[in-house]
Design a protein around this ligand. Structure first.
Ligand SMILES: Nc1ncnc2c1ncn2[C@@H]1O[C@H](COP(=O)(O)OP(=O)(O)OP(=O)(O)O)[C@@H](O)[C@H]1O
Ligand SMILES: [Mg+2]
Length: 351
């Protein structure tokens, strides 16, 4: 998709840091480095980094252990501090747009744009109508600066900042291609956040983030079964080879999944009601919580849309010299954001 060398994709999630480095040769991608480091609970709360030190340590450890020498990275962001809008502007040249974008942003962003960092992408040009559609993205400079400081301490240089929802779209497009007809939903259910990106006619038509994901299911087990977080987490993930998961836990998981599926369904219904479209053909689920089978079933039941777990590594090869392939493939659904970021290059130009 871009020019130059691939950046190292770094995804700082609420539960863990994920890192991927890809190498392209003859249009095929190979994973040449992979890193994963769990973060202690409460390191990141509501998208804010509460313990920057834990994140810096995790990054340093991954880059050292995995012998990643490249320091230029692509990072992903999400959260309420990021605003994404599809807007329509009169046809203009790239230079004119660069000049106008601040003014255009002011009309659509409900914050003082002086405190915001603005980015955009041309989605479609419609010369007949004298208009073009843009995707406008704005993030609070404060938040961006917090992250910048963390990366500086970890001796890394963020060259590209992307929105998690779009990085998932990029790796999906790279692996499966985007259907140019009809509508599909890409849904990432992580630890703290579920992010939804609805793709219609090959472009992103709607994104939403829901502050409810795997952690809330763990917390429900913790509360109802009166066990510590780690135990609840182990129960949720199947208990391991030696543990028997009590029946009560299954019931708690079932009901928590049902609640989460209900929230997701409301977002899908909102999209259908406002877009005038009649159906979503399929939901592609990713994120660690995609491994929770009762959630997949609950979403299918509630939304009446077939759900598949998206495999972002289906068409990737892996360099066995540096990458533990079995471990990485077992976590593939958690790696989507890092993989999408790893597709970005250091000399990309705006389309
Ligand atoms: N096998 C499994 N079964 C059920 N849940 C799982 C499994 N493996 C991981 N999870 C859950 O997935 C979540 C972590 O997923 P992921 O790594 O995608 O989140 P994150 O990126 O750290 O968080 P976020 O995207 O919300 O910031 C945790 O809640 C974890 O309990
Ligand atoms: Mg995540």
């Amino acid at each position: 998709m871009g020019e130059g060398k691939n950046l190292v994709g770094v995804d700082i999630g609420a539960s863990s840091i994920k890192v991927v480095q890809l190498k392209e040769s003859r249009k095929k991608f190979q994973v040449i480095r992979y890193g994963y480091a769990p973060l202690p609970p409460q390191t990141i709360v509501d998208g804010h980094v509460m313990s920057p030190g834990a994140v810096v340590d995790g990054l340093l450890k991954i880059f050292q252990d995995q012998k990643i020498s490249q320091k230029d990275v692509a990072i992903g962001v999400y959260g309420q501090s990021v605003i994404v809008r599809k807007i329509t502007v009169p046809m203009m040249t790239a230079a004119e747009l660069e000049e106008q974008i601040g003014w255009e942003a002011e009309q659509h962003i409900p914050f003082d744009i002086k405190v915001m960092s603005i980015d955009y992408e041309v989605l479609r040009k419609r010369p007949d109508a004298g208009q073009m559609d843009l995707l406008l993205v704005a993030a609070k400079k404060d938040e961006v600066n917090d992250y910048t400081a963390i990366f500086r301490e970890a001796n890394l240089r963020p060259v590209v900042v992307d929105i998690n929802a779009f990085t998932i779209q990029n790796i999906f497009e790279n692996q499966q291609g985007l259907p140019d007809q009809g509508t599909v939903a890409l849904l990432n259910v992580g630890a703290a956040v579920s992010s939804l990106n609805i793709i219609s006619g090959g472009v992103s038509a709607f994104t939403r983030e829901i502050a409810n994901a795997g952690n809330s299911i763990t917390e429900e087990i913790q509360k109802q079964c009166n066990v510590p977080f780690e135990q609840a987490e182990a129960y949720k993930c199947g208990g391991g080879p030696t543990q028997i998961v009590p029946q009560e836990v299954h019931e708690v998981i079932q009901s928590a999944c049902d609640g989460l599926a209900g929230e997701i369904q409301r977002s899908l219904d909102f999209y259908l009601a406002t877009s005038g479209e009649s159906e979503i053909a399929r939901i592609y689920l990713s994120g660690g919580t995609a491994y929770l089978a009762p959630l997949c079933k609950a979403i299918e039941r509630r939304a009446r849309v077939p759900v598949s777990v998206f495999d972002p590594m289906g068409n990737l090869t892996v360099d066995p010299k540096f990458v533990n392939e079995a471990e990485m493939r077992a976590r593939a659904a958690q790696m989507v954001v890092a993989l999408g970021l790893a597709l970005r290059c250091d000399k990309e130009r705006r389309a």
